[in-house]
Every structure is written in C-alpha cells, then in structure tokens.
Design a protein around this ligand. Structure first.
Ligand SMILES: CC(C)(COP(=O)(O)OP(=O)(O)OC[C@H]1O[C@@H](n2cnc3c(N)ncnc32)[C@H](O)[C@@H]1OP(=O)(O)O)[C@@H](O)C(=O)NCCC(=O)NCCS
Length: 185
C-alpha cells in the first residue's frame, strides 16, 4: 500500500441480515448472545478487511450491552462502518437491530466497537492501513469519538494495572462491608 492512500468510509460500509432460526436459541427460548457476537465479529472482519484490503484480526471488543432480547423468527440486521483508523488498527462501529417483520416492529439490540488490526500474512506483524476520507460531519464526529475511546481505553488499562499492582487486601478489607460476600478464610 502506498503511504498516502485514503479510502472513503462508504467504500467499506457493510450490512448483514440473518434470520434467527430455532437452532440459535438458548435454554430460555431467546437467541443466544454468543450467536449475535459471532455475527458481529463476522461483519467487523468484512468491514475492516474491505477497508484494509488485507487479512485482519480482532484485537479487542468494547463492552456489549444487550438492550432487548432477540426472539427466534426475527430478522437481525447488522450495520458496520469504519469509525477511526490508526496506523494498523481500525475501530469498527457496529449497530444491531432486530425486526419482527410480521408486525413491523424494529428494536435496537446493541451497539459496540471492535478494534481490528491489519496483519501482514507473511510476517504476521501489524500492517499499515489506508487513511479515512471523512465526507460529512457525522463521519468527522465518529472519527473523533473513536480517537477519544482509544485514548480513554489506554488510560483505563494503565490505571487498572497500577491499581492492581498497589492492591493490599488487608488494608482494603473494609471495602467488603455491605458487599454480597462472606469472609471465610
Ligand atoms: C492484535 C495484534 C496483531 C497486535 O499486535 P502487536 O504486536 O501487539 O502490535 P502493536 O503493539 O504494534 O499494535 C498494533 C496496533 O494494534 C493496536 N492494538 C494492539 N492491541 C490492542 C488491543 N488489545 N486493543 C486495541 N488495540 C490494540 C495498537 O494500538 C496498534 O494500533 P495502531 O497501529 O493503529 O497504532 C496481536 O496482539 C494479535 O495478533 N493478537 C491476536 C488477535 C487474534 O488472534 N484475534 C482473534 C482471537 S480468536
């Protein structure tokens, strides 16, 4: 890839539709969360690999909150778009909606952000990805938010690492007061 290559957000946007069949159900009769995660990973890969035009791996997934249960018989639609790109990483924003198409009811299921990294197939090392051409305010906003999320995640990881290093359980036992646990050591 040449150093100054840029591609539009629209060029790699993806839509994936899948009917929720009975084999996707959990013991409670609703669609298994893992099934939806697998579809999200699939569309994240397609979107990232279309932008990078090379093999990509999933480096991390932001928290996924399931807002509404998905029923067997509903049509799930996933939308994916590259929000932000670094040197070799891409933040893919994914929105999932489910639709009871007999009744015409559409529910938002969840939104999440996957970080995908382009990898050189020979060396298995991270490979540079094209830049993004931002064509409207919504794309600029998503790019800036992606950059913020990346910074916050790095800070959070560093702070957590530091807090774990400094954790002295004997000094912190008072924090268990009122928690749903019982000491039995
Ligand atoms: C993701 C991976 C390629 C990163 O390799 P690495 O040698 O640590 O690479 P670097 O530290 O140079 O990071 C490369 C890029 O990935 C990003 N990155 C690495 N780990 C990350 C993480 N956990 N979360 C988010 N971004 C991450 C870096 O920020 C960097 O981004 P940039 O190039 O845009 O600045 C490597 O950790 C890997 O192969 N992981 C396994 C991925 C996989 O198999 N996924 C499927 C699991 S079943």
């Amino acid at each position: 890839m040449s150093e100054h290559e840029f591609r539009t957000v629209k060029a790699s946007q993806q839509v994936l539709k899948e009917l929720m069949v009975p084999s996707y159900a959990n013991f409670g009769g609703k669609v298994h969360g893992g099934q939806i995660l697998s579809l999200m990973d699939k569309i994240a890969y397609t979107c990232a690999a279309t932008h990078a035009r090379c093999y990509c791996v999933t480096a991390s997934i932001d928290s996924v909150d399931f807002l509404n249960p998905v029923e067997v018989g509903e049509l799930l639609t996933l939308y994916a778009s590259v929000n932000y790109v670094g040197k070799s990483s891409m933040e893919i924003g994914i929105k999932v909606v489910s639709e009871d198409f007999h009744q015409g009811i559409v529910k938002e299921t969840n939104t999440s952000y996957f970080t995908m990294v382009a990898v050189d197939e020979k060396t298995r090392k991270p490979a540079p990805v094209p830049g993004l051409i931002l064509e409207d305010d919504a794309e600029i906003k998503r790019f800036l938010e992606g950059k913020m999320r990346r910074k916050f995640k790095q800070h959070y990881k560093e702070e957590l690492r530091q807090a774990r290093r400094e954790l002295d359980i004997d000094k912190e036992l008072w924090r268990l007061d009122g928690e749903n646990c019982r000491l039995q050591r």
